[in-house]
Write a protein that binds this ligand. Structure first.
Ligand code: UDP
Length: 497
């Protein structure tokens, strides 16, 4: 069917059913952090009275069904339903960080066509999709949306600062700043990203830019996806004005309509808490964990009686360490003397390394003041009064969750947006310490933990508390994120009818 005919059909359908509830299809990139943020967005839209279908890849959908009580949580969200689509990869593909380009390639080569067919066949359903919200790292969805004539809003789940620096890559390439390799002056100032001239260093740019040629696939991918995002007329960002306002004003010069509705997890929690009593008893946030959550750590945390004494350690859903690095971290944590709660995913130790064995001392010290889990209820942990610090990889969800909870961070970034997030955490917002590009030998880890939990404790907690207050203000009634969500829902309603 040709595109024009298709568009006419969609318009006709909308005219036939002017009073119908808008139906939004939310489609995240198949990664834990993207799913977490966009499912919360989906739930916020449901609370706003919209009908939402949440589309996962079949691979992740199966994992979510395995590790979460989806049926009971969906029964509490009548406006929400789940669907699945193939990511086009064979079942045995690891879908890990070292093979991430395969995921992007397959989504574009296989899923795009299936997605198009899904939207076209959905036209005959009783409640056809009237608006798409798709992940900003899958901009092939913009082409599909335009082709089938459904309005699209793009959602980026990473920080505004990383998105803006990605939008500046063409200029960085033109001026010869990108790509660069490990022998470059990593502390050299980068002055070509407007708004960051005074503090951005080479090492704070995405590690994907550390390449031989500017034609490198990863560079091309992050640059193209950023530039393509600007083809959508509206963008949702999981950030808040008081945090990234100056950077947002630069992005606004490229995309006219931006909805900053972060921290999304906190906005959802607050909306649920303030909803009508009848709703709050029935609606709780629906979870989307790709691993089994181990809640035993909450009992261990409850037994820690000193406020803000525990260091939480987690490197998110993708990052891996070598066995040697893991043992250096382990010794450093034990030697720091702080109690620690550490997430070690089953797939998080990778690569070569003979180093380290679990000595009797290490075991004893860990039993005394440590607790290890494979996957944890992170938001709950960060909100616990016993937690006073977070050793993190600086993923954007973790950063926002920590900021909202007022927990200062040690940042040990791995990839993507994490390099620039950690620079903002330490240098701009003053809510943490940056350990980027430093070896994680046990002495360094111990020193950093002592600095966070003892030496710089007061000043870091003071800045963190201030930032938490800004975040709370943004999600309160009348605050910027609160109002932007209302505007988003209104705009979806008006474009859907
Ligand atoms: N997370 C969790 N339990 C864990 C570790 C992580 O629930 O044990 C969640 C965390 O709360 C966050 C997400 O997983 O929402 C990780 O996202 P982030 O952007 O920080 O990092 P990524 O996984 O993309 O590297």
């Amino acid at each position: 069917m040709n595109t024009e005919k298709l568009k006419l059909q969609v318009q006709q359908r909308a005219m036939d059913a002017p009073n119908k509830v808008p139906h939004v299809l939310v489609f995240p990139f198949p990664g834990q952090s993207h799913i977490n943020a966009m499912l919360k967005l989906a739930q916020l839209l449901c609370l706003g009275g919209l009908r939402v279908t949440f589309l996962n890849t079949q691979h992740n959908h199966d994992r979510i069904l395995r590790f979460n009580d989806v049926h009971s949580s969906l029964s509490r969200w009548p406006g929400l339903s789940f669907r699945a689509i193939s990511d086009g990869l064979p079942a045995e593909h690891p879908r890990s960080l070292d093979r991430f380009l395969d995921i992007f390639d397959s989504l574009k080569a296989n899923t795009k066509q299936l997605f198009r067919e899904m939207l076209i066949s959905g036209r005959s359903e009783s409640e056809p999709v009237t608006c798409l919200i798709a992940d900003g790292v899958m901009t092939f969805t913009i082409d599909v949306a335009q082709e089938v004539g459904i309005p699209i809003i793009v959602c980026r789940t990473a920080s505004a600062c990383s998105f803006w620096s990605n939008l500046c890559i063409p200029r960085l390439i033109e001026e010869g700043e990108v790509p660069f390799q490990g022998d470059a002056d990593m502390d050299g100032a980068i002055r070509l990203v407007p708004g960051m001239e005074t503090f951005l260093r080479r090492r704070d740019l995405s590690n994907f830019l550390r390449a031989k040629e500017h034609t490198d696939r990863a560079i091309q991918l992050i640059m193209t996806e950023a530039l393509n995002t600007c083809r959508a007329s509206s963008l949702i960002l999981n950030t808040f004005e008081d945090l990234e306002g100056p950077i947002l004003s630069h992005i606004r010069s490229r995309i006219s309509t931006i909805y900053t509705i972060g921290p999304i997890h906190a906005l959802l929690k607050s909306k649920l808490a303030n909803s009508l009593p009848s709703t709050s008893t029935t609606c709780t946030s629906s979870s989307s964990d790709l691993w089994k959550v181990d809640k035993t750590c909450m009992t261990w945390l409850d037994s820690q009686t000193i406020r803000k004494s525990v260091l939480f350690v987690s490197f998110g859903s993708y990052a891996t360490v070598t066995r040697d690095e893991m043992f250096e971290f382990w010794h450093g944590l034990v030697n720091s003397g702080s109690p620690f709660l550490w997430v070690v995913r089953p797939d998080s130790v990778a690569g070569k390394g003979e180093g380290g064995h679990i000595s009797a001392e290490l075991e004893e010290a860990t039993r005394e003041r440590g607790f290890l889990v494979e996957w944890a209820p992170q938001e709950e942990i960060l909100a616990h009064p016993a937690v006073g610090g977070f050793l993190t990889h600086s993923g954007w969800n973790s950063t926002l969750e920590s900021i909202y909870a007022g927990v200062p961070m040690i940042c040990w970034p791995f990839f993507g947006d994490q390099q620039i997030n950690s620079r903002f955490v330490s240098e701009v917002w003053g809510v943490g310490l940056d350990m980027k590009d430093r070896s994680c030998d046990r002495e360094t880890v111990e020193k950093m933990v002592r600095e966070l939990m003892e030496g710089k404790r007061e000043e870091l907690h003071k800045s963190s508390d201030e930032m938490t207050e800004f975040a709370r203000r943004c999600i309160r009634e009348g605050g910027s994120s609160y109002c932007n969500l209302e505007r988003l829902i209104e705009d979806i309603r008006s474009t859907s009818s």
